[in-house]
Design a protein around this ligand. Structure first.
Ligand SMILES: C[S@@+](CC[C@H](N)C(=O)[O-])C[C@H]1O[C@@H](n2cnc3c(N)ncnc32)[C@H](O)[C@@H]1O
Length: 301
């Protein structure tokens, strides 16, 4: 089989946008509770962590620039930075909330997936174990971690108020990657049987010679993307397109993003010629996504 026969390319297929994606102004948990069983073939999502950073209270604090989990990273080059959520401030009861959130999500998601469906969940190095534990407890297989190499502005600080006293000390490593948990609803029978029946169970290769790999280098979303979709957690198309493409081993089926934000996953799916459904409960982000998806889907990466 030639490489070209292996499936949808990563560049936009113009004119397909309207039919390929369905973006809904809905709460993920209500939608999943009512969704048809065995109707989704893969999930690629970047959930809100701890429910903390996207609560109205925290979004208000983000806007006012005072308190909460959103912090402005230090300016070392004179550039004005956007706030990023600082998860180290989470207390034990907030971590329990994260466990409960992901256990509920995994429980509702499981029956909606076809056997062998893969689930990719964005995380961060401090919290990824909470997500994995919750998915495993609900019957999912842990299939590894996808590492997105990205140089963030988190970590790497010297001890607070003791910079001069301990000039060669860093309190936490500077974060240079973003872990994405990879989970799978167990297959029915062998992978071969599952592929035949459900078109899931494996991941699409990069080419006939090259398997999908668990390391992707992708800088933050570029200016053109941020202008089209000014969501505080926008993920870049250069990262999402290969990920979404890999999630359907035969290029058949529907990809779900239950926490779609500005719809970047749906844009990536559309650009790859893949059907997708996205859910977003915040009215402002939903409107942002409606406008942004066709623009992001058309960008060449
Ligand atoms: C981390 S952001 C995702 C941003 C996305 N990666 C992008 O590129 O735009 C998480 C999103 O989930 C939304 N959200 C939080 N809880 C939700 C729920 N229960 N149902 C639907 N959306 C929810 C938030 O409003 C936020 O936009």
């Amino acid at each position: 089989m030639s490489d070209a026969a292996l499936g949808p390319a990563l560049e936009p297929k113009l004119g397909l946008e309207a039919t390929l994606h369905e973006f809904l102004h809905k709460d993920a948990f209500s939608w999943l509770s009512a969704a048809e069983e065995r109707s989704i073939h893969a999930v690629v999502t970047d959930p809100p962590y701890g429910l903390v950073e996207y609560t109205p209270d925290q979004l208000e604090k983000r806007k006012s620039g005072r308190g909460g989990v959103w912090r402005i990273p230090p300016s070392f080059d004179g550039r004005q930075r956007q706030p990023v959520p600082r998860f180290t401030v989470l207390k034990d009861d907030e971590k329990d909330e994260i466990r409960t959130f992901f256990a509920r999500f995994a429980k509702l998601l499981y029956p909606v997936l076809v056997p062998g469906a893969h689930v990719f969940v964005a995380s961060n190095p401090l919290l990824s174990h909470l997500v994995s534990d919750s998915f495993a407890a609900m019957g999912f297989e842990i299939r590894g971690t996808l590492v997105r190499v990205v140089h963030t502005l988190r970590g790497g600080d010297r001890p607070k108020n003791a910079h001069d006293e301990f000039p060669n000390v860093t309190v936490m490593p500077k974060s240079c990657f973003e872990p994405w948990g990879i989970f799978r609803r167990p297959c029915e029978g062998t992978v071969r049987e599952n592929l035949r029946e459900w078109a899931t169970g494996g991941l699409r290769r990069l080419s006939e010679r090259e398997p999908f790999k668990d390391l992707i280098e992708a800088s933050p979303a570029r200016k053109r993307e941020r202008e089209a979709a000014p969501h505080p957690s926008l993920k870049p198309q250069a990262f999402l397109r290969p990920l979404v493409r890999s999630s359907l081993p035969l290029g058949k089926g529907v990809v779900l993003d239950p926490f779609a934000g500005s719809g970047s996953t749906l844009a990536a799916a559309t650009a790859c010629g893949i059907r997708s459904i996205g859910l977003e409960h915040n009215a402002e982000y939903y409107e942002m996504g409606r406008a942004a998806i066709p623009v992001l889907a058309k960008l060449a990466v």
